[in-house]
Design a protein around this ligand. Structure first.
Ligand code: ADP
Ligand code: X15
Length: 395
């Protein structure tokens, strides 16, 4: 496993894949900089050796070029955290990027515009990866949060650096910590899966059933299951094409003796807004025009019972739209239950861009055992998979 220690970065240009997919508020201000801070040790180490650094990342899930997903929004924060000026180019490939990279001097940092402004990134296009590769001398992958994606900048690019590629300090630390968890998880093991990335995470549930005793489903993940079971979910988020899979998961869980806990009640709102009217309703009786945005009190009672009886707890995905104060209660309550269980000796692992933001916002960061910068990546690793971003460096 090659790490930073295997290279001398003096007068070299390191092209580093980072995961700067951080939450922004409505004014495009960074609300949680954990992922930028987490990449700092790698960047600092390379600069200290007399190298220069080219940073590349995605932000959000843009469809083509969308200004709201520009990495320009995080430029000032990145510079503040690194304590050095950071140059920026408005296209991650092409003449402007080539010139800026060629002119980069030791000690300097360049940030490239959002990789996902090019569809070739997610398609894993080799020609695009080659263009990115041409910008640097050594490829460093430090993007744990995106290591489960076989994209051009996370995986394909590595083939253009047969020898000059390595793990960044963050990626290496995450692998080591999660491997420890994989080996020593004390039962009962409970996974909590919430959030809104239904299609990319529901598939993980199926594969994680062998590793857990309880699975708590919450947040936006809830409604695909509830609708599949015949419930009325109003305008709540749902992915119809995953309903069959949801039913399969429930069946499989029964066969494997895993207890799945779906919410029984939710806080429903008549709009996706902090000013919306709200009511607590049964999870399967949400009126038309209303949407479930937070866990209800009965659901939280059950969650508390399960969490406090667990010895290992994995959490990814908020239980509600915690960014809006009126729908933060479920996520805060869950965070506190996990903190209580941890204080009593359970091992707790929280991961994901928004989940970590929530944990920090509610002052629980030091009350859980381990905070990972990856959500989907953490879950897929816990499934026992070798993530494509990791495999590409091991080659
Ligand atoms: N019931 C819900 N309806 C819509 N969005 C939700 C709901 N519950 C949680 N969310 C949203 O899920 C988002 C986080 O999901 P996700 O990206 O999967 O988590 P993470 O970033 O921690 O991996 C948050 O922005 C939150 O507002
Ligand atoms: O935020 C991320 O993942 P997470 O929400 O699982 O923590 C990563 O940046 C990956 O983003 P993606 O799920 O759009 O590929």
């Amino acid at each position: 496993m090659r790490t930073l220690n295997d290279f001398d970065f003096k007068n070299k240009k390191a092209i580093i894949r980072v995961d700067f997919n951080v939450p922004l508020d409505e004014n495009f201000k960074v609300t949680d900089a954990t992922r930028i801070e987490a990449a700092k040790p790698t960047i600092d180490a390379i600069l200290a050796q007399g190298g220069s650094v080219i940073l590349m990342s995605h932000l959000g899930r843009p469809k083509g070029i969308e200004e709201k997903y520009s990495l320009q929004h995080i430029l000032a924060k990145t510079s503040e955290i690194l304590g050095v000026p950071v140059q920026f180019v408005s296209n991650c490939v092409g003449t402007e990027a080539n010139t800026a990279a060629a002119n980069l001097k030791p000690g300097e940092v360049l940030l490239l515009e959002n990789l996902r402004f090019h569809s070739e990134e997610e398609a894993g296009d080799a020609a695009f990866a080659k263009e990115l590769a041409s910008l640097g001398d050594i490829y460093v992958n430090d993007a744990f949060g995106t290591a489960h994606r076989a994209h051009a900048s996370t995986t394909i690019i590595a083939q253009f650096f047969p020898k000059d590629k390595c793990f960044g300090l963050l990626l290496a630390k995450e692998i080591e910590s999660l491997n420890k968890v994989l080996k020593n998880s004390e039962k009962p093991v409970t996974a909590v899966l919430g959030g809104s990335k239904v299609s990319s995470k529901i598939t993980v549930i199926e594969n994680i059933l062998d590793k857990v005793d309880h699975m708590i489903i919450g947040g936006g993940m809830t409604f695909t299951f509830v609708k599949a079971l015949g419930g009325k979910i109003g305008n709540s988020i749902c992915e119809d094409d995953k309903m069959e899979l949801a039913l399969e998961i429930l069946k499989l869980a029964k066969e494997k003796g895993v207890q799945i806990h779906l919410p029984v009640d939710v806080v429903a709102a008549d709009a996706f807004s902090n000013d919306a009217a709200t009511q607590i309703v049964a999870v399967d009786k949400i009126p038309d025009g209303w949407q479930g945005l937070d866990a209800g009190p009965k659901s939280l009672e059950k969650i508390k019972e399960v969490i406090l009886a667990s010895k290992t707890i994995l959490w990814n995905g908020p239980l509600g739209v915690f960014e809006l104060e009126n729908f933060a209660n479920g996520t805060i309550a869950l965070g506190n239950f996990i903190a209580e269980a941890t204080a009593k000796g359970a091992f707790s692992l929280v991961g994901g861009g928004d989940s970590v933001a929530a944990v920090k916002q509610f002052g629980l960061e030091n009350k859980v055992s381990y905070v990972s910068t990856g959500g989907g990546a953490m879950l897929e690793m816990l499934e026992g998979r070798v993530l494509p971003g990791i495999a590409a460096i091991l080659d």
